[in-house]
Design a protein around this ligand. Structure first.
Ligand code: G3P
Ligand code: CA
Length: 373
């Protein structure tokens, strides 16, 4: 039984809200999520609809929005001149043409560039080269986006307004980013429900319109201090600065053929270590955790399996939700839901929405074309 809500009160909230539930098993968690204004199960578009369009660009975020995703996920960084923008990697090399435009500075962190410099980069062409079957000429030259621009996208479709799921990426590299984020969200009116929102607001208009996420417990504490009323998730993985592993054997020494196989064998040191991290999350203000998962078909997003049923139960028993990262295939959606998760980060929002029987109003191709791609 969760320790923050009474069971009958939760069931009453659920009955009054008309909230969608994954299954009767997760009824209590559905009510908890709904009490925070968070859909259950939640569809979190990881860097936008990043399977179908270049990650963290307008093509990916407008597509995720128009497909009907609940949240647009982003990794937040700060430019040299202090502007908040979205980019996953520390470096610009993988997803832009920085090597061509700034050859001497190509290995510098993205944060060493001004916004004007970042805006000269092509953050779309790499996708066409990496994924030729999904390539589009219109992706060439897509720019890196600021947080302001992503907020504009989130607000841009009257039929569907998703929320924002914002990660403070490498927060030790960006002292004060939690404060800057609060100021920006406050300036844009995103720290409270939208004015004029109906009794049953869309996700991007209600009290769960922003979820804050981080791997760093220090950043979680700072986010809690700056934005105590905004839901927060502590991301979990097995390794440095997170859950201590059972064995400290490196990938190189493990004899495994690829990283997915190596990570799949990683486990928390013991049950107490996993539960210690749940307590860290809760003590620092998190309403849930974001654990990694081992994917059925491996790949570079396959990590330690931290969504085993006992883990999800332990998290639920502490009154917290579980949003797992990053699943793209029905076989993994099914396993995760059966294990009891409450939301899924996905690069393929179209597939997850279909799985949850919330199909998009149009196909991926139709929506990309409608949006000018
Ligand atoms: O934020 C959840 C998930 O995105 C964490 O992994 O490395 O893709 O940011 P990463
Ligand atoms: Ca992320």
């Amino acid at each position: 039984m969760p320790d923050t809500f009474g069971k009958s009160a939760l069931l009453l909230i659920l009955a009054m809200s008309g909230v969608q539930t994954a299954s009767a098993v997760n009824t209590i968690e559905a009510a908890q999520a709904n009490a925070h204004g968070i859909p259950h199960p939640a569809v979190i578009a990881h860097r936008g609809a990043s399977f179908d369009a270049p990650e963290s660009t307008a093509a990916a975020y407008t597509l995720a929005r128009d497909l009907g995703a609940d949240y647009l996920e982003m990794d937040l960084q700060r430019s040299k001149d202090g502007v908040l923008f979205a980019l996953h990697d520390n470096s610009l090399l993988r997803t832009t043409d920085v090597a061509k435009k700034f050859p001497e500075r190509k290995d510098s962190p993205a944060s060493a560039f001004t916004l004007a410099e970042l805006k000269t980069l092509d953050a779309g062409s790499w996708f066409n080269q990496s994924y030729p079957t999904r390539a589009r000429q219109s992706y060439v030259g897509l720019p890196i986006l600021t947080l302001d621009e992503i907020i504009d996208i989130a607000q841009g479709n009257p039929q569907h307004k998703p929320g924002l799921y914002i990660e403070t990426k490498e927060p030790k590299q960006f002292p004060g980013i939690e404060h800057d984020l609060k100021n920006k969200l406050n300036e844009r009116g995103w720290l409270e429900p939208a004015t004029g929102a109906k009794a049953e607001p869309q996700v991007g208009q209600g009290k769960g319109r922003v979820i804050l996420q981080t791997f760093e417990k220090s950043s979680l504490g700072l986010l809690q201090k700056e934005m105590p009323d905004t839901p927060k998730i502590l991301l979990l993985w097995v390794g440095e600065d997170s859950i201590t592993p059972k064995t400290t054997l490196s990938f190189a020494d493990s004899g495994e053929k690829d990283k997915a196989a190596y990570y799949a064998k990683q486990q928390p040191k013991d049950q107490a270590e996993f539960i210690r991290w749940l307590d860290i999350a809760k003590t620092n203000g998190a309403i849930g955790t974001g654990p990694s998962a081992a994917l059925t078909h491996g790949g570079d997003q396959s990590y330690a399996d931290l969504i085993q049923p006992w883990m999800n139960k332990a998290t639920h028993d502490k009154g917290m939700l579980v949003h797992v990262y990053t699943l793209d295939e029905p076989v993994d959606f099914k396993k995760a839901m059966a294990a009891g998760v409450d939301g899924i980060f996905t690069n393929r929002a179209s597939e997850l929405l279909k799985y949850f029987q919330r199909p998009a109003p149009q196909t991926v191709n139709q929506l990309l074309e409608k949006n000018g791609y």
